[in-house]
Design a protein around this ligand. Structure first.
Ligand SMILES: Cc1cc2nc3c(=O)[nH]c(=O)nc-3n(C[C@H](O)[C@H](O)[C@H](O)COP(=O)(O)OP(=O)(O)OC[C@H]3O[C@@H](n4cnc5c(N)ncnc54)[C@H](O)[C@@H]3O)c2cc1C
Length: 314
């Protein structure tokens, strides 16, 4: 369907002589997971690139295309789509950079540990960065790839009928974006990896650590919204885990992971805005969007009873 610049085929080996690489029993948990976590970060970066491409193509077209005597960018419906695309793009990049920083930090400690013994404090910090990298990698891959797909969809929408044809770049962006939420583990598999950090409190710990951050007076109300979303998230986690059924947690997992994602990305944009006012618009648009998404999930969870699960099982 897409990424035609990277030809893909299946390789089958028959009776090929093989040699063991590495140690026995470490294949899946150590080597494959290390490889996949690195690759997942790569797909998150690919997703940010696709989101950027989708946004630029949509913005250029909306400025250029005239309907009913004006550029379509002047219609509120088009303006809203573009603003949300930009907010998702900026939020995706913020999450990608936060995640890559955690990965860099624990890897740097790994390298230092090869040369000398780490101090107790260094060991503690290395462990914390490793845990954050483990929590943020599936979150980043899951959220940024879903946003890339949504931005590619919206890019076509802004192009109207022309977007459906092969004449514009958005058609390729749409096809290329589709694989990002599938390979290196589908979004459902990212949720399987991330839910542990919902139930053990890694995301909530990080979020609570950020709730004491200083922000500018003009962003105080937005921060208040993030604090309210956090309360809804914490209540939802308690309601779901309180049932005491792992199957129920699995069923609600994507909702909980997404709630954490919206709050984390909101705080990252708040940090960006504190450093540079250019991010304020994306911060406000993203938090408004995330607020509605978090409320939707909170509402679903609050109004769901475990006996209704049978409607969703086959
Ligand atoms: C273009 C392309 C390039 C690729 N490159 C590589 C490569 O270089 N190396 C490589 O090894 N692989 C590669 N792949 C394979 C790719 O990683 C897999 O296709 C992908 O991880 C999904 O696995 P699957 O196709 O087996 O789907 P399945 O695992 O069969 O999934 C099917 C559906 O079931 C759902 N599902 C499965 N398990 C669970 C679960 N536990 N909980 C909830 N839902 C679940 C999935 O989310 C999905 O919706 C590539 C694939 C493509 C299309």
């Amino acid at each position: 369907m897409g990424i035609k610049g990277s030809p893909t085929c299946e390789l089958v080996y028959k009776d090929a002589p093989a040699e063991l690489v590495g140690s026995r029993r470490m294949g899946l948990i150590k080597y494959v997971m290390a490889l996949m976590n690195g690759a997942r970060l790569g797909i998150a970066a690919q997703s940010v690139g696709l989101s950027e491409n989708a946004y630029r193509e949509a913005l250029a077209y909306a400025r250029d295309r005239k309907q009913f005597g004006k550029a379509i960018i002047e219609f509120p419906a088009v303006g809203e789509i573009l603003s949300v695309m930009k907010a998702k793009l900026d939020a995706s990049r913020a999450l990608l950079y936060a995640c890559t920083r955690f990965v860099d930090m624990y890897k740097i400690y790994d390298d230092i540990a090869k040369e000398r013994k780490l101090s107790v404090d260094e060991k503690k910090e290395a462990k914390e960065f490793s845990r954050l990298a483990d929590a943020f990698t599936p979150l980043a891959k899951g959220m940024t790839s879903e946003f890339a797909n949504q931005n590619a969809y919206d890019c076509i929408q802004i192009h109207g009928g022309s977007g459906f044809m092969k004449d514009y770049a958005c058609e390729r962006v749409y096809r290329d974006a589709r694989i990002t939420s599938i390979y290196e583990g589908t979004t459902q598999l990212q949720v399987v990896a991330a839910i542990r950090h919902v139930t053990t409190g890694t995301y909530l710990g990080w979020i609570n650590g950020h709730s004491s951050m200083e922000c500018l007076p003009e962003d105080q109300a937005t921060k208040g919204t993030l604090e309210f979303m956090t309360q809804q998230y914490a209540a939802a986690v308690e309601a779901v885990t309180g049932v005491g059924d792992p199957g129920y947690v699995d069923f609600m997992a994507r909702r909980l992971v997404e709630m954490a994602g919206y709050i984390v990305m909101g705080y990252l944009l708040l940090e960006d805005t504190t450093r540079c006012a250019d991010f304020r618009r994306s911060l406000e648009v993203f938090v408004k969007y995330g607020q509605a998404e978090v409320a939707k999930h909170a509402d679903f969870i609050a109004n769901f009873t475990p006996d209704q699960l049978s409607n969703y099982t086959f």
